[in-house]
Write a protein that binds this ligand. Structure first.
Ligand SMILES: [Fe+2]
Length: 269
């Protein structure tokens, strides 16, 4: 699988994951990142799923100043696979994931599927003098769930050392968090912009990395977008009311059986 290496020592880089067909959130996120002076913007994969009108999101990803790596969803849609390979094990999670996947696959153009299939698996970039590895689930598995409550510091240190990097940025879970060692090395899950972070607000989240000399400073940034427009589009496309409820309430209603106990306790369902 192709890996991208960009040795440019950026001062400020925006990272976002999981657009899940939310074209409005994508527009607002990129505009916000540019307004804040991001020199590079990276999408960590999973263009489709959950939301409406998949071609709109891929159109934007291909036309905006964004570079992309491949998520499990992009690999599945790009190669017309049977399912999203999201990594769910519970039947209810898989039921709703399949509705999203079948809809997304059926409504993504051939040209966009070719583009998704050809995305690189990982990228290595520089923020100042610091090495940052961009991946989807984890560097070792595209659909590995890295949750805050199940990622101990010892694992963070081992993974950074194994991957020969200072920072690992990932997504896939849909909930943002970071864990750092004292020397600044660490893992940052940038979250997803396609649906709220199961926090009871309509905002979605992305991450900004900045060179702070001896370490990389990271900030999670909330983004507001047109929830009414997205809800209307989803209804028109016949997508489940459960998905629309999540966008409006900020609480996950589906695909949450995969959450570890601590993350699930923070939600309402
Ligand atoms: Fe994913």
């Amino acid at each position: 699988m192709q890996h991208v290496i960009d040795p440019t020592p950026y001062k400020k880089v925006a990272l976002f994951g999981g657009t899940y067909n939310n074209w409005s959130a994508l527009e607002h996120t990129v505009a916000d990142a540019l307004r804040r002076g991001a020199e590079a913007i990276w999408f960590l994969g999973d263009a489709g799923g959950f939301g409406p009108l998949p071609n709109r999101t891929v159109d934007l990803l291909r036309s905006l100043p964004v570079r992309s790596i491949q998520g499990n969803y992009d690999d599945s849609v790009g190669n017309s696979k049977e399912d999203c390979a999201c990594g769910y094990t519970d039947p209810r999670d898989n039921h709703f994931a399949q509705i999203s996947y079948d809809y997304t696959l059926a409504n993504t153009s051939t040209d966009h599927r070719t583009w998704l299939a050809a995305l690189p698996a990982q990228a290595r970039i520089q923020v100042g003098a610091h090495r940052v590895l961009l991946c989807h689930g984890s560097p070792r598995q595209v659909n590995e769930f890295l949750w805050e409550s199940t990622t101990p510091l010892g694992f963070v240190e081992w993974l950074c050392k194994t991957e020969k990097t200072d920072l690992i940025a990932c997504t896939h879970t849909g909930i943002h968090w970071e864990r750092r060692l004292e020397d600044g090395r660490g893992i940052i899950n940038v979250g997803a912009i396609g649906r709220p972070a199961n926090d009871g607000t309509q905002n979605v989240w992305y991450a900004m990395l900045e060179d702070a000399g001896d370490r990389v400073r990271s900030t999670f940034i909330p983004v507001a977008y047109d929830v009414t427009q997205m809800s209307d589009d989803m209804r028109r496309e016949g997508l489940p009311e459960e998905f629309i409820e999540t966008l409006n309430t900020g609480w996950w209603t589906t695909c949450l059986e995969v959450l570890p106990g601590r993350e699930r306790m923070r939600g309402q369902h």
